[in-house]
Design a protein around this ligand. Structure first.
Ligand code: ZN
Length: 312
């Protein structure tokens, strides 16, 4: 059976916001089936909650920000949710409450690996509700020749991200992901945020990336990498773009049965693609994953992490 999943136990950590440089306390809590990923600001009044769905995305220029003020003005926001969202999607956790005492998810080491570690430590349990997915019914494309993204029908989720930077150290690279949880943890989760040294000062002048450092980002200078420890993967940059894309597309609210391809896309284009898909009612439908042919699904239904935690 494919069942909805949540955390076995609460878990928490502290960290720093990449853009705000504020200290933030983060707690991940189990949630009932049907919850989705619900963010809660504990530093604000009770019920300061926002569901992590595409309709609540209010900014996607440098990171993905959700807010409750899109329609009524005012309200509050939570920024830089993408790496945490990618960790939930990559680990197959759909129901969770995320408590934060600030406006930004801590950046940790700039990747999703610390969040995957937290999820694995908390453990994962199956719930008494069949897992649903979104089946993509027709191909949707956005963008232009310079940058584009597309989503097309498939029996399981897979993704190819390609980038082409006008910088010798990054250049052109791509990464192909087949949707398996083990591949996410091993091949994608540790890929870090990256930026050019030349852009760091511009961001700082604009009051952004104030918490950025070589501990939470790969920074590329004119002569190469500033991080002494080097890269974690040969194609770390393309892998990080894939990680961002997985996190952004998870705001669909359910796993996507789709083939995603992108070229030089960022958060804004990921959300544009998701919006173009979800706004077209002929382009997708809900499916109970248990009605699908398991031989054609590339995701095993077993709860690997909970089993590992129980035997540890
Ligand atoms: Zn990122």
């Amino acid at each position: 059976m494919y069942l909805e999943r949540t955390l076995k136990a609460p878990i928490h950590c502290t960290g720093t916001g990449l853009h705000s440089n504020a200290k933030v306390s983060l707690a991940l809590l189990p949630a009932p089936s049907g919850t989705g990923v619900l963010f809660r600001r504990t530093d604000l009044a009770p019920n300061a909650e926002i569901l992590a769905i595409r309709d609540n995305v209010v900014d996607s220029r440098l990171c993905t920000t959700i807010g409750n003020g899109k329609r009524n003005g005012g309200g509050f926001t939570i920024s830089t949710i993408e790496h945490l969202m990618a960790a939930f999607a990559g680990c197959g956790v759909e129901n969770v409450i995320v408590e934060l005492d600030g406006a930004e998810v801590p950046i940790m080491d700039g990747s999703a690996a610390p969040f995957v570690f937290l999820i694995e430590c908390a453990g994962i349990v199956e719930q008494n509700a069949p897992r649903r997915a979104i089946r993509v019914l027709k191909k949707i494309s956005v963008g232009n020749q310079e940058r584009w993204a597309s989503i097309a029908p498939s029996d399981y989720f897979s993704l190819r991200c390609e980038i082409a930077f006008d910088h010798d150290f990054i250049g052109a690279q791509s990464f192909e992901y087949d949707g398996r949880e083990s591949v996410f943890a091993d091949e994608l989760s540790r890929a870090r945020t990256f930026c050019l040294e030349a852009d760091v000062e511009k961001m700082r002048a604009a009051g952004l990336a104030l918490g950025g450092s070589l501990d939470n980002a790969v920074v590329i200078g004119e002569d190469g990498l500033l991080n002494e420890e080097g890269l974690r993967y040969d194609t770390e940059f393309a892998r990080h773009k894939a990680l961002d894309c997985i996190g952004d597309l998870s705001l669909a609210g359910a796993p996507l049965l789709a083939r995603v391809e992108s070229y030089c896309a960022g958060h804004a284009m990921n959300h544009e693609l998701l919006g173009a898909l979800l706004d077209d009612s002929d382009a997708w439908c809900w499916v109970d994953m248990n009605t699908l042919n398991p031989n054609r699904l590339n995701a095993a239904p077993q709860v690997h992490h909970a089993a590992a935690a129980a035997s540890a």
